[in-house]
Design a protein around this ligand. Structure first.
Ligand code: HEM
Length: 201
């Protein structure tokens, strides 16, 4: 009997996103200090403060944008509150934390989807980072690193749900280009922000 390999459908917008952001992902991943020998608890706190300084205003911008498609449920995908709770657990929370002001422009639903692609995709790498931080700093979801495991065992399913949603949206070529451009800007804004906070290698 012939067994056909399971075919996973990759929608055109996802092909474009992957082609358009792969290099940006590799470049950022190389500079993030999660695997650095010098990453101690203080460096981790500073890194998570810098993450919060990006996620908080970016999620607020998504909420304020008015262009999130009506059938997309953003609330269960918001992560800044979990990041803040981690900072509180770590004794690193403060109302004085710097917040990024140079954010991607979210002026159409296509742009919102590009931003969301980056924020949702980051939960996948989060699973690798979670293991590293548990091994290295003894931190997990209960004592200050819940953000890295934000969707827990549902990580894969939630990513597939997002991709399915993305693939189900009717997007013309111009809109697909706008999705990719927003994703690229999200990566570059994040990298510039982290650099300005002096947490990158
Ligand atoms: C050292 C840090 C990071 C590592 C080691 C890492 C690693 C990974 C890995 C292994 C995947 C593929 C997972 C899979 O297919 O199951 C992935 C996907 C992804 N990551 Fe990262 N990542 C890191 C940081 C980030 C950051 C900071 C962002 C954005 C803010 C990001 C955005 C994405 C996106 C959008 C995808 C989805 C790619 C796709 O399948 O279309 N990653 N990452």
């Amino acid at each position: 009997m012939q067994v056909k390999a399971r075919e996973v459908y990759v929608p055109p917008v996802l092909q474009d996103l992957r082609a358009g952001t792969a290099e940006l992902h590799i470049a950022l991943e190389k500079r993030l200090p999660f695997f650095s020998d010098t990453l101690d608890i203080n460096a981790f706190k500073r890194l998570m403060q810098a993450y919060y300084g990006f996620y908080q205003p970016l999620e607020q911008a998504l909420l304020d944008s008015g262009v999130i498609p009506d059938d997309f449920d953003l609330t269960p995908r918001l992560k800044a509150a979990t990041l803040y709770a981690d900072l509180q657990t770590l004794g690193a929370a403060s109302t004085m934390l710097s917040l990024c002001r140079e954010l991607p422009l979210i002026n159409a639903s296509a742009a919102s989807l590009g931003v969301l692609y980056v924020l949702e995709g980051a939960t996948l790498g989060g699973q690798i980072l979670r293991r590293e931080i548990a091994a290295r700093l003894n931190l997990d979801a209960d004592n200050g690193a819940a953000f890295l495991d934000i969707y827990g065992a549902a990580t894969g399913r939630r990513w597939r749900d997002f991709i399915e949603y993305l693939g189900s949206r009717p997007l013309d070529a111009a809109e697909r280009a706008a999705v990719v451009a927003a994703a690229q800007t999200t990566f570059s804004c994040f990298e510039r922000w982290l650099e300005s906070q002096e947490v990158l290698a």
